[in-house]
Write a protein that binds this ligand. Structure first.
Ligand SMILES: [Mn+2]
Length: 319
C-alpha cells in the first residue's frame, strides 16, 4: 500500500460508497471543494471512499487532498497505467487540440476505466470536479438502476442550444430528450464490465471521428437505451437554472465561480472551498482571471457550437 492510501482498507467493500474523481493538477483545487462538500453532507453512519484517478499529480496536491480524510470518508489515489487503452486515448487526445476540442484531454476518459480497474465494486459513482454536493451522495448511490447500465441527467445545456440538439440527433442519432450529461454518473459496474464498455469505447475512438464532447458522446452512443434518467437535482446546473432543491450543483461549461463574481450559487462553492487547503489557490485564480481569458473561454464555446452545427449537416457519425 502506498503512503498516500489512508489505511481504511478494513472497510468492507460492499458497505462502502465508492465515489470517483478524475483529475489533473489544475483540477485538484476544484475537486477539493467538491470533496469537502461531499464530506459535509455525508451520512455520519455510513462509510465513503473517494478514489482520485490521475496520471500526473504533484506530490503537494496529493498531500493536500489526502489530508482531507475524515472519520467516515477515506481518500485514495489511483495512478493510471499506460496500458493499451490509455495509449489509444492519449494518441487520440493529442491529435485533437483545436479551439473547439477542449473536451479532448485524456482525463475526460478516465471514468470509462472505472469498471475495468475496480473489480471489487459492483456499483460506483463518478463526479466531475466542478461540482458541489448539497445532499448525501449515499442517496444517489442507493438509487436502483434496474436493467440500466448507468444513470445520468438529460443534458440541459444541449437542450438549450438548437445546434447541439441538431448535432446529437442527426450526427449521433440520439434524441436530445435522451442525451445525457456525463458529469455525474451512477454506474452499474458489473453491467459495464459485461458490456465491455472500455473496449467498445476504444473501438469507436479508433475510428478517429471528430466529435463535440467525445467522452460524453461515446457514452451516449454506446449505452443508448440503457441509461436511466437522473432527477435534475442530482446534476443541477446553476448557469441558467435555479439552485433551489439542488442535491448536487454542477458548474458546467463556462460560468465558473472561481472565475466570475456573478455566478448563481457561487456562495455554495466558496463555502466548501474554505475548509480545504486550496482556498488561497482558488482566490488567486479568480483574481488572476483576465478579460482576455474570459473572451478566450467564450470563443471556445462559440467554436464548439459552430462545430456542432457543421457536424449536424454531415452524415450520421457511427452507423
Ligand atoms: Mn463539468
Amino acid at each position: 500500500m502506498s503512503i498516500f492510501n489512508t489505511g481504511k482498507s478494513f472497510l468492507k467493500q460492499t458497505k462502502v460508497v465508492p465515489v470517483f474523481y478524475t483529475i489533473t493538477d489544475d483540477y485538484a483545487k476544484y475537486a477539493a471543494a467538491s470533496i469537502s462538500s461531499l464530506m459535509r453532507n455525508s451520512n455520519k453512519k455510513r462509510f465513503y471512499r473517494v478514489i482520485i484517478m490521475y496520471d500526473k499529480l504533484k506530490l503537494r496536491n496529493r498531500w493536500r487532498l489526502r489530508n482531507m480524510v475524515s472519520k467516515n470518508v477515506a481518500i485514495e489515489f489511483h495512478k493510471m497505467k499506460y496500458n493499451l487503452y490509455m495509449q489509444i486515448i492519449m494518441r487520440y487526445s493529442a491529435k485533437r487540440s483545436g479551439s473547439a476540442d477542449f473536451y479532448a484531454r485524456p482525463v475526460y476518459y478516465y471514468r470509462a476505466f472505472i469498471p475495468r480497474i475496480f473489480f471489487q465494486y459492483d456499483k460506483g459513482i463518478y463526479i466531475d470536479s466542478d461540482t458541489i454536493l448539497k445532499d448525501d451522495v449515499g442517496k444517489l448511490y442507493d438509487i436502483e438502476l434496474g436493467e440500466n447500465a448507468v444513470a445520468a441527467r438529460v443534458d440541459p445545456k444541449v437542450q438549450a442550444v438548437p445546434d447541439f440538439v441538431n448535432y446529437v440527433e442527426k450526427a449521433l442519432g440520439i434524441s436530445a430528450n435522451d442525451y445525457v450529461n456525463s458529469g455525474v454518473l451512477l454506474m452499474d459496474l458489473k453491467k459495464l464490465r459485461k458490456l465491455h464498455y472500455m473496449t467498445q469505447m476504444t473501438d469507436l475512438i479508433k475510428k478517429d471521428a471528430d466529435l463535440v464532447a467525445p467522452d460524453q458522446d461515446y457514452l451516449n452512443v454506446i449505452l443508448k437505451g440503457q441509461i436511466m434518467h437522473l432527477a435534475p437535482e442530482w446534476n443541477l446546473q446553476p448557469e441558467g437554472e435555479d439552485g433551489k432543491g439542488a442535491k448536487l450543483l454542477h458548474f458546467n461549461l463556462s460560468k465558473k465561480p472561481w472565475h466570475f463574481d456573478d455566478v448563481n450559487c457561487s456562495e455554495d462553492f466558496w463555502q466548501a472551498a474554505k475548509g480545504t487547503g486550496f482556498y488561497g489557490d482558488l482566490m488567486r485564480e479568480k483574481e488572476q482571471y483576465t478579460e482576455e481569458q474570459a473572451a478566450e473561454d467564450a470563443e471556445k464555446i462559440r467554436a464548439l457550437i459552430e462545430k456542432a452545427a457543421k457536424l449536424a449537416k454531415g452524415k450520421k457519425i457511427f452507423e
